[in-house]
Design a protein around this ligand. Structure first.
Ligand code: EPU
Length: 418
């Protein structure tokens, strides 16, 4: 079993380049199923979630050609089935995007329930509500979602909760639905906008992505083309948190600084030096840091996918900080692992109270999910001695070449097979 071994205590210095956004590419690859032609996708991160979603579209009949490590060509001219592979779908959350894409392409879809990280209950009622508003008939019995979309048409959908997944899925289903669709109370994350930009560049007519209301005029067909995925805002925030936690000074390159506003604002509040350039950000610790309180919220609020990394960073800051989780019901399970390193954190429901400033001591910990894994890495970088992280397949789902990137910043980290 592969593990990461970190010898903590080295300040991270230099520069690191950010890869394409995981949560954009796992939506855009299924979106290619709507295109009657060949799409070339650039800046695709080399991560296992991408391998899984590519296998899924291949199993539906798409021809996938990896031109290099970060460029893939997908030809969906002759798909063969609207039934998604069960084992592949159970591996990841984003398999649910096959529903929206297959509805548009085949007017039919059979997709097993999605897998992914476990943050408590992860319902898909808003996806189903959206599909039904567009005229689909859905049946969620027998461990799979069966959708009949013969009568697919544009319509109005007002979401009860702001959901990234439901916004993306209904956008996928509506792109080729005859008539006008108006989606209200939608998610505004950069990856929602990236999907709309991808679909528009292939011929769709989608307006308003990035605001609370998305308006879609269904088109008859989408044509192939080339598209470049945006940089990963969460990967960028993870490296910034690691650099700050290690009391380093480094430049994070290939980012869209605007997408990081909620994150950099918190770093500035802590007393971190933050310098923004056109497509890079320097973070450095030049004076003692102050405690802060953080609440996660849908974009443009502070992202839940950086909550575990921020909590690890706050372990290095004297005083009491409070982190409140505003998106998921149960996203503090990983704190038990941090406690093994000596972290002083008290969790009560959706709130964690952190008493920072204690010295952490390296030991064996488990990456309980993707971002929890990133949090363990940050904790390992600041702990005295050796930290060994197991279950790193979760980390490999979403972080491209993380060992090489951290090493280039001066971290003492190795991947071992034990
Ligand atoms: N929700 C419902 N009903 C639904 C859908 C969602 O009640 O039909 C609730 C959820 O229970 C949650 C909230 O709405 O409380 C937000 O969930 P959302 O649908 O936005 O999450 P998601 O689409 O399943 C994506 C990311 C997650 C990220 C969340 C929130 C992907 C593949 N996943 O999940 O990313 O935490 O948005 O930003 O895009 C990660 O990358 O580590 C990750 C978990």
């Amino acid at each position: 079993m592969e593990k990461l071994v970190i010898n903590g205590g080295k300040p991270l210095k230099g520069e690191v380049a950010i890869s394409g956004a995981k949560n954009a590419v796992v939506a855009i690859i299924p979106a290619v199923l709507l295109v009657n032609g060949v799409c070339k996708i650039e800046n695709v991160p080399d991560i296992s979630d991408v391998d899984s979603i590519l296998k899924m579209v291949e199993s539906l009949g798409a021809k996938v050609n990896k031109l290099d490590k970060n460029t893939v060509e997908i030809d969906c001219t002759s798909l063969k089935t609207y039934i998604a592979d069960r084992d592949l779908a159970l591996k990841m959350r984003a398999s649910y995007y096959l529903m929206g894409a297959l509805i548009g392409r085949f007017r039919k879809a059979v997709v097993p329930p999605p897998g992914g990280c476990n943050f408590g209950v992860r319902p898909i009622d808003q996806h189903i509500k959206g599909f039904e508003a567009l005229g689909c008939v859905t049946d969620c019995a027998e461990g799979e979602v069966r959708i009949d979309a013969k009568k697919l048409h544009g319509s109005s959908v007002f979401f009860d909760v702001v959901s990234v997944g439901a916004t993306i899925n209904v956008m996928l289903a509506a792109a080729l639905a005859p008539g006008k669709t108006i989606m209200e109370n939608v998610a505004k994350e950069p990856h929602v906008v990236d999907l709309a930009n991808f679909l528009n560049s292939m011929g769709a007519n989608i307006k308003g992505a990035g605001t609370d209301v998305i308006k879609i005029e269904g088109v008859k067909e989408l044509k192939g083309g080339t598209y470049t995925i945006i940089p990963d805002q969460i990967e960028a925030g993870t490296y910034m948190s690691a650099i700050i936690a290690s009391r380093g000074d480094a430049v994070v390159k290939n980012v869209i600084p605007k997408h990081l506003d909620a994150i950099t604002a918190k770093f500035v509040e802590m007393g971190v030096t933050v310098e923004e350039f056109d497509d890079s950000i320097r973070v450095a610790v030049e004076k003692p840091l102050k405690q802060i309180n953080v609440k996660t919220l849908p974009y443009p609020g502070f992202p839940t996918d950086l909550q575990p990394q921020m909590l690890a960073l706050l372990l290095t800051v004297d005083g009491q900080s409070v982190v409140s989780e505003g998106v998921w019901d149960s996203r503090f399970q990983y704190v038990e692992e941090l406690k093994k390193l000596g972290a002083d954190v008290f969790v009560q429901g959706k709130r964690a109270v952190i008493h920072g400033g204690n010295t952490l001591k390296g030991t064996d910990v488990v990456a309980t999910d993707l971002r929890a894994g990133a949090s363990m890495i940050i904790a390992g970088l600041i702990a005295e001695g050796k930290t060994k992280i197991s279950d790193i397949r979760h980390i490999d789902r979403g972080y491209e070449h993380i060992v090489d990137k951290l090493k280039s910043l001066g971290a003492d980290i190795e991947r071992i097979d034990e």
